[in-house]
Design a binder for this molecule. Structure first.
Ligand code: ZN
Length: 334
């Protein structure tokens, strides 16, 4: 199959909350995703439901793109799928996802057979990083590391234009690198992981702990006294209102992230670190102390060569990257 015969490639970003599907011109175009659609995952309704939903979204997206741009079913090269892992990429199998409740699930082939197109599977954080590398903030660099801050902390590594997967597809788990040897317990079983300090739920938990031990803050007021309703978003809200305690929580978050990022900078010497996710809405409240912390810890020569910046494809990096993964796997180029 030659690249020149095809016009489009489809990307699927499967998350615990939403499924996003869209189409990219095979050359990437200007980065606009065609026929973009997003629906809830509803994983509790079972794996078959989720696969049927992905399939029908792909079909609908294809129809929309053909109707808007002309073309035929044959113009679509195939489907890239980004999924939470761990995965067996070569087998197209999702080994285990707590969020979806799947074990050893042959996602790639089920989708491929249902839509009658070849498909490729990769980790969602790898796809998001590859998307930023292909058509986002990293499009002019060769080596970058992506960090996605959300319910968890995902990471992806692109070395010389290729995703670095490691020997068993487990590379890039920046969220589960240890930043405190005897630190907080992480969901993965380890103690002191970056994720246990700087994921959305961890930020909220640290904020609540401080309030419960007497910190003075407007946060309880913002949630009408229901401390369990405090989220990372509530913390940024209080930061914007100028709450000194919330600002302290944010500075601490930046410190933890800075320690994790300094490890990455010293280990990989990348040209760019791209940070995505809700926490980046805090803007300078996050990035200024974060960069200061990295500067305090990382090798000067590595840091001077590395930009640390927010992602530029919010909501579509996963789809764009999944499409790029398909293209790379199938044709050897992106
Ligand atoms: Zn962990």
């Amino acid at each position: 199959m030659s690249l020149a015969d095809k016009k489009w490639v489809i990307g699927v970003d499967l998350g615990g909350t939403n499924i996003v599907v869209g189409v990219l011109p095979i050359d990437g175009g200007d980065g606009e995703v065609l026929g973009l659609r997003s629906e809830t995952t509803e994983a509790q309704r079972g794996a078959k439901f989720v696969v049927d939903r992905i399939t029908s979204m792909i079909e609908a997206t294809r129809r929309d793109v053909m109707a808007a741009h002309g073309g035929k079913p044959d113009d679509f090269a195939g489907v890239g799928i980004g999924s939470p892992g761990p995965l067996d990429r070569k087998g197209g199998i999702v080994i285990n996802t707590p969020n979806l409740g799947w074990r050893n699930f042959p996602l790639r082939d089920l989708v491929s057979n249902a839509v009658n197109l070849p498909a490729v599977l990769d980790n969602d954080a790898n796809c998001a990083t590859y998307g930023e590398w292909w058509l986002g903030v990293g499009k002019n660099v060769n080596t970058l590391v992506g960090i996605t801050l959300g319910t968890g902390i995902g990471g992806g590594i692109v070395l010389d234009g290729e995703i670095f997967h490691g020997v068993s597809d487990a590379a890039g788990e920046i969220g589960h690198t240890t930043i405190e040897a005897n630190g907080r317990k992480c969901k993965c079983g380890n103690y002191g992981c970056l994720e246990a300090y700087a994921s959305g739920p961890a930020i909220a938990a640290r904020a609540v702990e401080g309030i419960e031990t007497g910190a003075d803050s407007m946060l309880p007021e913002l949630v009408h006294g229901r401390l369990e309703d405090i989220t990372a978003a509530t913390v940024y809200e209080a930061v914007v209102f100028g709450d000194p305690y919330a600002n302290e929580v944010m500075r601490e978050t930046a410190k933890f992230l800075g320690a994790g990022i300094a490890n990455v900078v010293n280990m990989l010497n990348p040209e760019m670190i791209v940070i995505a996710g809700g926490v980046t809405k805090a803007g300078d409240h996050l990035f200024v102390p974060l960069k200061a912390e990295v500067r305090r810890r990382a090798f000067r020569s590595a840091l001077d060569a590395c930009q640390i910046c927010p992602a530029t494809l919010p909501g579509t990096a996963g789809v764009i990257g999944a499409a790029a993964v398909f293209k790379k796997d199938t044709y050897g180029v992106v």
